[in-house]
Design a protein around this ligand. Structure first.
Ligand SMILES: Nc1ncnc2c1ncn2[C@@H]1O[C@H](COP(=O)(O)OP(=O)(O)O)[C@@H](O)[C@H]1O
Ligand SMILES: [Mg+2]
Length: 455
């Protein structure tokens, strides 16, 4: 599995590192604690010799001496013991712990050393014979190093360390990745066309590399924004300035018509046609620059999208019929949006006209309007034709001003390549977007999505 999120990478690697380090520490501590592993054996051999000694002490010096000896033995080694005779009677005048009598009985009967192992102690009962040939059973309790208990507490400690470590790693990972995620959001916004998007807040106040990255981004965005603004201003100014000579030209054209011979008519018609095209282009350019600057305070009203789509489709169908093509509204959910009707109409019209222009002869352009329910409702207008489509590498560029595919440039008909640029700016101003894909079975499918409500 490949981890794609930086957050998870940092988190998992740091935490893994912590786990490995702690487990290694835990294991090495467990492995290098000598008393724990040796002590039971040492104790056992000691019990063997003291069993013999206590039996002999009892034989020689009696109960008091035995009690004394056992006390000393317990004091110096932490092993409490009791001596029984072969009848199972306790000999030092001590309280017999639970189960010891029975264990001693078994040892006496079988002559084999008996063990009783519990989690806390090892109780050993062994038979001893003195030189006087008396038989005794020596029972002693060797406290086990609380190995398993210790293991459990150790494991608990380990768990605690890992959990706090995990928490710490989580904090670290989010400390490192949150600003990057935020910056990424800003970059996306910028790439989506909001040239005013800037990294802000704590991100740029940081003095580390991430903070520097944030302010570098801001500097870059600043420069790009002013460059783009200058370009738009230039475009706007030029189009504006071109209008007056064009108007004078039209006046001159009328004069020329009056004075010219009749054989100049076709040339003059041509000049008039080109002047009209030029005028239209300039009009579109001005519209585009106004949309780009976005300052044109949109008058927002409720726009009935379903009706708008039907009207545009009807008009386009009327034109298409004369060229043996048609436009068909496949589906039309009733919905409305807030915005400027004129702008939305021109955007939809642009897309539908393109489809009619590029669809193959005898085919139908399918228009659908669907209301999608999501976080916010959105209306998706899809216009699908049956033409050549657009080469994949040009798919984004068709929304750029003046871009036309090779194919379209060769054509006599058609506009200037401003239509989709204007449409996408207009839709974006309404909080929506325009996208284009080649349909699987050929033809281009252009979708316009807009925030909308059910009508
Ligand atoms: N439905 C379509 N099918 C194929 N190509 C298209 C379609 N719509 C747009 N295009 C391509 O995108 C370019 C840009 O479209 P547009 O901005 O409307 O300019 P224009 O229509 O003035 O040529 C067109 O020149 C054409 O190459
Ligand atoms: Mg067009």
């Amino acid at each position: 599995m490949r981890i794609r999120s930086l957050f998870l990478k940092i988190f998992i690697w740091f935490w893994l590192g912590m786990i490995v380090a702690n487990v290694a520490l835990f294991l090495s501590v467990a492995a290098t604690r000598p008393e724990r592993s040796n002590r039971p054996w040492r104790d056992l051999s000691m019990v063997g010799s003291s069993a013999q000694k206590s039996a002999e002490t009892y034989d020689r010096e009696g109960q008091a001496a035995l009690a004394n000896y056992l006390d000393q033995f317990e004091e110096s080694n932490g092993i409490s013991s009791i001596l029984f005779n072969d009848q199972g009677a306790e000999l030092a005048g001590r309280v017999v712990p639970n189960g010891w009598q029975e264990l001693a009985g078994r040892a006496a009967k079988t002559g084999i050393t008996q063990f009783n192992v519990s989690t806390t102690a090892l109780v050993v009962a062994q038979q001893v014979a003195t030189p006087q040939n008396h038989h005794y059973v020596f029972v002693s309790r060797i406290a086990r190093m609380p190995l398993s208990v210790s293991l459990r507490t150790q494991a608990l400690r380990l768990l605690a360390v890992l959990l706090t470590g995990g928490l710490f790693c989580y904090g670290l990972a989010s400390y490192l990745t949150t600003p990057i995620r935020k910056l990424r959001g800003t970059t996306h916004e910028f790439a989506d066309g909001n040239l005013g998007a800037r990294a802000a807040g704590r991100l740029v106040k940081r003095r580390d590399e991430i903070g520097q990255l944030g302010s570098d981004f801001n500097t870059m965005a600043e420069r790009l924004q002013s460059m783009v603004a200058a370009q738009h201003r230039l475009l706007g100014d030029i189009s504006h300035e071109l209008r007056s000579p064009l108007a004078r030209m039209s006046v001159a054209l009328e004069l020329a018509r009056k004075r010219a011979e009749s054989n100049a008519k076709s040339a003059l018609d041509r000049i008039e046609h080109e002047a009209e095209t030029l005028n239209e282009m300039i009009g579109q350019l001005l519209k585009l620059t106004r949309l780009e600057s976005g300052t044109d305070g949109l008058k927002r009203t409720e726009v009935d999208l379903a009706q708008l789509v039907r009207e545009v489709a009807d008009d386009a169908d009327f034109e298409a019929r004369s060229r043996n093509r048609s436009v068909h509204v496949v589906n039309c959910d009733e919905c409305s949006t807030q915005g400027t009707e004129e702008l939305l109409r021109s955007a939809i019209e642009n897309v539908v006209r393109n489809a009619v222009r590029y669809t193959a002869e005898g085919t139908e352009v399918e228009v659908t309007l669907r209301l999608k329910n999501g976080n916010e409702n959105s209306a998706v207008i899809s216009v699908r034709d049956h033409g050549q489509g657009v080469p994949e590498e040009a798919m984004d560029k068709i929304f750029h001003p003046f871009y036309r595919t090779e194919d379209a440039r060769d054509r006599e008909s058609g506009g200037s390549g401003l239509g989709l640029a204007i449409a996408s700016r207009a839709v974006r101003l309404h909080g929506g977007r325009v996208q284009a894909v080649n349909a699987a079975t050929g033809g281009l499918e252009v979708t316009i999505s807009l925030p909308a409500e059910r009508a």
